[in-house]
Ligand binder design. Structure first.
Ligand SMILES: *Cc1c(COP(=O)(O)O)cnc(C)c1O
Length: 234
């Protein structure tokens, strides 16, 4: 699909890729060590097709109904679908059937529900555990508390149809991203120490991808910087 919207997305993608390359250069990393996930929540299946035509291989969604519909509409594009949103245990089995990676695993009940759904798959489901970077006295964005991270990761690791691949986090509100991502990097070191295959570190969004790449993010999740502002209504 090539039209005016495609050209706009292509221009935005160029800017984001340049930011990633520059952040990698600053960190002494090769640019191909960072995978760009374009977050397509609130945007149409047509935009997903435009992204695929522009060479994007990984997309992210955060709401079950919207994700399920878009995955079905965009079948055959060879995309990897990352589920990055809060999970309800009664939806998790369904999410496990159509996602390639679930990045937002934050409690034991979700692990067992994902395993149940993943039993219908031919290939194991890739899983990242989401850790909270909130200070203990702050009201949480979601994620497992750091002191419970290894226990939750072990539960993922025990499931026959789940593959523990790494860690995900969102920068907390009310604090600059750099120190929070520095804590994240320590949590990731601890995780990899216990589970050497958990090498993925998904961190960094439109506003803070540089800070995430500086501490070793292997995946950045970029929405608005590529697709523009979202029409969110809650
Ligand atoms: C929406 C979302 C993003 C993308 O955010 P932008 O600021 O638009 O880049 C990344 N990660 C998660 C978990 C999200 O929900």
């Amino acid at each position: 699909m090539t039209d005016q919207r495609s050209e706009q997305i292509a221009a935005n993608l160029g800017k984001v890729r340049a930011r990633v390359a520059s952040a990698c250069a600053h960190a002494g990393r090769a640019p191909d060590t960072v995978t760009l996930i374009v977050v397509t929540k609130y945007f149409s299946a047509d935009d997903v097709r435009r992204l695929a035509a522009l060479g994007i291989t990984d997309v992210g969604e955060n709401r079950h109904q919207e994700a399920a519909a878009k995955v079905a509409e965009c079948a055959g594009l060879g995309l990897r679908w990352h589920f990055i949103g809060g999970l309800q245990s009664n939806k998790a089995a369904a999410v496990a059937r159509y996602s390639d990676v679930v990045e937002s695993v934050d409690r034991p009940k979700i692990v067992t529900a994902l395993q149940r759904g993943a039993l219908d798959r031919t290939e194991p489901l890739e899983v990242l555990v989401q850790v909270s970077l909130d200070r203990p006295d702050h009201d949480g964005r979601s994620g497992v508390r750091p002191e419970e991270l290894l226990e939750l990761a072990a539960l993922v690791d025990q499931q026959s149809m789940l593959r523990l691949r790494g860690l995900m986090a969102v920068a907390p509100l009310g604090e600059p991203p750099a120190p929070a991502f520095a804590r994240l990097a320590q949590f990731h070191d601890g995780l990899v120490g216990a589970f050497p295959q958990a090498t993925a570190l998904s961190a960094g969004m439109s506003a803070d991808l540089e800070e995430a790449i500086a501490v070793g993010a292997t995946h950045v999740r970029i929405g608005s910087a590529v697709l523009g502002p979202r029409q969110e209504f809650v």
